[in-house]
Write a new protein. Structure first.
Length: 165
């Protein structure tokens, strides 16, 4: 019997797998918000019914989940500032899945963004300004990156800039 397949399998299983150990709380919070809000569009409610549990189970990637949420019509349960928050969540996931940050760094960033989203919702009319200030703060720091980068591919994890590329 050739031991090579067994060795390759063992080596593959030893590789870090970024998606497996993460908390599914942010995904549960978002799917619950959509499920419990009668003001959400039929489009997002249907998509959430079909894919929310799949995202929680890890059957679809967070990158895809956040990308779709950023582009769907939310109806009255959504806000214009949802899209930039979901783009930032998608970017953070991509950076994490490329192993550029640790699980702890990603978890903190994801929590920060989910908290921003729901704090902005609670702030009512002031929510858009909260998200805009967050975007401006990140952009102001990214514009000064050395070496110069395409900052739309980057974000801050704590006080450290990290980029997709």
């Amino acid at each position: 019997m050739n031991p090579l397949p067994t060795l390759l399998l063992a080596a593959f299983l030893a590789l870090p797998a970024p998606a497996f150990a993460l908390s599914d709380a942010p995904l549960r919070i978002l799917t619950s918000y959509i499920d419990s809000n009668a003001n959400c569009s039929e489009q997002i409610a249907d998509w959430n019914r079909k894919n929310g549990k799949r995202a929680i189970a890890g059957e679809i990637s967070r990158e895809f989940y956040y990308r779709v949420l950023g582009f769907l019509d939310w109806g009255a349960c959504g806000r214009p500032y949802f899209k930039p928050v979901f783009i930032e969540l998608q970017k953070a996931w991509t950076i994490y899945s490329n192993r550029r940050v640790s699980e702890a760094e990603y978890t903190a960033k994801e929590a920060e963004l989910i908290n921003l989203l729901f704090s902005a919702l609670q702030a009512g009319d002031g929510g858009e300004a909260m998200v805009r200030r967050y975007e401006q703060s990140i952009a102001a720091k990214l514009i000064r990156l050395e070496p110069e980068r395409q900052f739309f591919n980057c974000t801050y994890f704590g006080d450290q800039p990290k980029c997709i590329d």
